[in-house]
Design a protein around this ligand. Structure first.
Ligand SMILES: NC(=O)c1ccc[n+]([C@@H]2O[C@H](COP(=O)([O-])OP(=O)(O)OC[C@H]3O[C@@H](n4cnc5c(N)ncnc54)[C@H](OP(=O)(O)O)[C@@H]3O)[C@@H](O)[C@H]2O)c1
Length: 317
């Protein structure tokens, strides 16, 4: 009985492996638009797809980022300046993509741009702090998608949305986890709507990777700024030692061994080039072995795990 089961499971994985290895044809004629290419995953993906021969349309937030990327890539890669929080910027980038892609349409749209700060316990933050993250990570993703969708539909292409394992488990206060839960919900409804038109939607859920976003100094500075702006009441409840303990506790969110960023960009590349992309990609061993199983656990257990790993406010009962 166990032998049959093992053979069945083995056969399932073999078939899945074979199916997922099928690559779409004419990659060199396909245009892929990526947001947030100045650094991190977006930057590496742009270079990776350029090497593979795809026509990369890389959107950067700054001219400096765009210039550096152009210096490292072939003449086929083109850049545009895009701030995903600005409607006029999105409209201009859409027009630019239209001019480049012509009748072919846009094969791939990768919504990668994102920010992590301001993140802190909810009570330290203001509505503006929440809006700052939601405007980039969630509303930016939605507006860019709505604007480029007619071009993606024309190519019967792909939308690849970068969520996070924090879109499965809400570890931290502030807008980050909310924005990523939102990206998951948006992507799920989009996938169901677009399957009628031959467009596929994939969600990337990375664990923790070292990129400019997760640099210790940026995170510590973000916590400190939120703490400095907190009301005297909040400061009294949490106590002066809390920010330092909080910074220390976020260390547990970091993987205990360095993870190669290409684990994430390989998932993105697969979502764009495989004939049978997955609906969700968990990237990184921490995501696969820790966060993903955790997301299926009962809330009571998850609450306890987070409770034990977080510092206690000074006036906690
Ligand atoms: N690193 C991780 O551990 C991790 C884990 C899970 C998910 N993610 C997600 O992966 C994505 C990429 O993050 P990353 O780790 O590669 O960080 P990153 O290096 O900071 O990349 C984010 C990119 O987005 C750009 N950006 C910021 N605000 C923007 C705006 N308003 N309009 C357009 N672009 C904007 C940034 O430009 P500047 O560099 O000029 O600011 C940067 O190029 C994000 O969606 C993030 O939430 C990251």
């Amino acid at each position: 009985m166990w032998l049959y089961l093992a053979v069945l499971v083995g056969l399932y994985y073999l078939l899945r492996w074979y199916r997922e290895r099928q690559v779409v044809s004419h990659l060199r004629d396909k245009y892929v638009f990526i947001t947030g290419c100045d650094s991190g995953f977006g930057n590496l993906l742009a270079r990776q797809l350029d090497l593979r021969g795809l026509r990369v349309l890389a959107a950067c937030l700054t001219e400096k980022g765009a210039e550096q990327l152009r210096d490292q890539t072939s003449d086929m890669l083109e850049t545009v300046i895009l701030d995903v929080t600005k409607t006029e910027s999105i409209a201009a980038a859409t027009q630019w993509v239209k001019e480049h892609t012509g009748d072919r349409g846009l094969w791939g749209l990768v919504n990668n741009a994102g920010i992590f700060m301001p993140t802190a316990p909810n009570e330290w933050l203001t509505k503006q702090d929440f809006m700052k993250i939601l405007n980039v990570n969630l509303l930016g993703t939605i507006e860019v998608t709505l604007s480029l969708l007619p071009l993606v539909r024309r190519a019967r292409g792909r939308v690849v949305n970068v969520s996070s394992i924090m879109g499965r488990v809400s570890f931290l206060g502030g807008g980050y986890c909310i924005s990523k839960y939102g990206v998951e919900a948006f992507s799920d409804s989009l996938r169901r709507e677009l399957c009628h038109f031959g467009v596929k939607v994939a969600i990337i859920e990375p664990g923790s990777f070292m990129t400019p976003m997760t640099m210790n100094e940026r995170i510590s500075q973000g916590f400190q700024e939120a703490w400095d702006r907190a009301t005297p009441d909040v400061k009294e409840i949490y106590g002066e030692k809390f920010p330092a303990s909080l910074i220390k506790s976020t260390e547990i969110l970091k993987p205990k061994w360095p993870q190669n960023v290409s684990l994430v960009t390989d998932c993105m590349e697969h979502a764009l080039t495989s004939c049978h992309p997955r609906t969700r990609y968990s990237a990184g061993w921490d995501a696969k072995l820790f966060y993903l199983p955790m997301s299926y656990m009962p809330s009571l257990l998850v609450d306890l795990m987070i409770y034990w790993s977080c510092p206690r406010p000074a006036k906690a009962l």
